[in-house]
Design a protein around this ligand. Structure first.
Ligand SMILES: C[S@@+](CC[C@H](N)C(=O)[O-])C[C@H]1O[C@@H](n2cnc3c(N)ncnc32)[C@H](O)[C@@H]1O
Length: 260
């Protein structure tokens, strides 16, 4: 008899495998996403009280990846209002809770095992104040400064030293040079089987006019940096199963999995 769970997963995979060839649907998606940038659609959502600048489908996929990997440390570049840090903290809290249920132990909310580390060149006082008041604050560490300096990378490496399973998410400056440098500095921290997520790869698929006041554009984008990175780092691959199903996503081709 067919295993119904396996059958459902097979059906999902078969369906997703057709999306890339569906040119009409891909065209509609491109048009829709272009308009979403014009309307600032991705600025409209919160996670547990803090704004995060993400497409909802990317938030769901992030949850899927975190649940699959079960990292004990998430490193994020680009904090902004702190919503993505709170998202990570909440998922890590859920993983600690699941561990405690399985082990029959209790949690100490003041001393969480799993943590998120955020890096931003400019952590605004009002955002820091809001995060300081957040119930998940004990899971969140923050470093202020540019993510691409040797000093910052050394601090991050030192912070990561005590953790076993690390996931990295890059969402700061979206120029080719910046993302290439972040990949160089932080991809070595990604554990085998875990991910280095690169946001705003979508820039490569949009017209340059979509980002009139930004230094990034097609050809100078996270996607161009990812392409270069993958050519030189065969131990990473795009998880197409995640990447291809989302369509309305800021990170097409940006779900990089370290093999192993
Ligand atoms: C797109 S926002 C981050 C959004 C956040 N991850 C979220 O989902 O809500 C980009 C952030 O990157 C920060 N940033 C820009 N250049 C940076 C750099 N060189 N180093 C670290 N952070 C930087 C900006 O200050 C801004 O807060």
């Amino acid at each position: 008899m067919t295993d119904p769970i396996r059958a459902f997963r097979d059906e999902q995979r078969a369906s997703i495998a057709t999306y890339g060839e569906q040119t009409a649907w891909q065209g509609l998606t491109r048009e829709w996403v272009t308009e979403a940038f014009a309307q600032r659609y991705m600025y409209n959502f919160d996670w547990l009280g803090r704004p995060l600048i993400q497409f909802p489908a990317d938030i769901v996929a992030f949850q899927e990846v975190v649940w699959a990997v079960k990292p004990d440390l998430i490193i994020e570049t680009g904090i902004a209002h702190g919503g993505s840090l709170v998202l990570s903290a909440s998922l890590l809290a859920m993983l600690d809770y699941a561990d405690a249920v399985e082990a029959g132990t209790t949690l100490d909310p003041a001393n969480p095992r799993r943590k998120v580390l955020g890096i931003d060149i400019d952590i605004r006082d009002h955002n820091r104040d809001e995060l300081d008041r957040h119930p998940l604050r004990a899971r969140i560490d923050m470093l202020q400064g540019s993510s691409v300096t040797d000093e910052m990378a050394a601090q991050v490496r030192e912070h990561a030293a005590g953790f076993q399973r690390v996931l990295v998410s890059l969402d700061s400056n979206h120029t080719h040079e910046h993302v290439a440098r972040e990949l160089e500095l932080y991809s070595p921290l990604v554990s085998p089987g875990s991910y280095c997520l690169v946001f705003d790869t979508i820039v490569e698929d949009m017209d340059a006019e979509v980002f009139p006041d930004r230094p990034w554009a097609p050809g100078n984008s996270p996607r161009s940096a990812v392409r270069e990175f993958l050519a030189a780092n065969p131990d990473f691959e795009v998880d197409e199963q995640v990447s291809d199903k989302l369509l309305i996503s800021a990170a097409p081709g940006g779900w990089l999995r370290r093999k192993g």
